[in-house]
Ligand binder design. Sequence first.
Ligand code: SF4
Length: 285
Amino acid sequence: MQNAPNHSILINWKKHGFGCAKTCTYCSWRGSPHLPHGAQEQDAVSKFIDQCNKSFITISGGADPLYKLDENRSALLSMIDTIKAHGLHTRIITREVAAIASLKGHVQQVSISLDQEVMSEIERYRSEWRYLEVEYSLVLPPVPQATLQRLMPQYAHLQRKLGGRLLLRENLNSLFPVVPAALTSGHRGLVFVPKKLCLQSRYLLTREFWGHEIIQDAQPLMRRLMSCQDAYLFGGVVKHLLAPEIHTEIQDIDLIATSDEVMTLLEEPPVSDYLSGNSIGLIET
Ligand code: SF4
């Protein structure tokens, strides 16, 4: 069913803190007040699965679902069994490359999130994944579309090297709009995944959410601020807009407001949505 939303169960096995060995700067989940600590109740998982109209459920971070798998294996397998009992299959998103092979017979699909360290480990473990459907995913840098287009030949080369499907994920923190068609390679092995897909997906954390309720999308906010003649942006966000390849993080959004119109704008969606999870440095004049 093409338009049915993806359903993802977000895992954080750690009773206290965040169960992922990585520290990605673009991580949307570390520090989220909605993260579970330990597995969700089976009833909540069953109710969530019942609403899924796709053939699979994704188990994902949150943190990393395969983090310290020796300790968390029985909880993970019990969740996978619940999914199987509903007639669906399980897709796992992970960076714990060494743990993947031990899921053979339990999961059908594994999506490996790439970073440099993961890349260096793939060759070592790849031969153990023969019976699994393995794909790879890469979060694109938060840069303008023209830069991404220039990078496409490199991504195509990477896909050929990996030999499996490579998903290019739009950076959730990117301020720069992307036209998906411009990043479509025409090759089935290289697929662009717009952030819209995440914003329109369903997530089970401590409770159920739509993606747009828990993922902060700064693009509409920036559109509003940049079209407001009484708001003057400065600081980190301007550095990022001018040279995103050098200043890759937005850091803060600082602005000078010269009229009440800006205050009204800050109190309305989508700006107020963004402010519920972030802060803006504001100087009123
Ligand atoms: S690997 Fe995933 S869960 Fe872990 S820090 Fe990076 S984005 Fe967050």
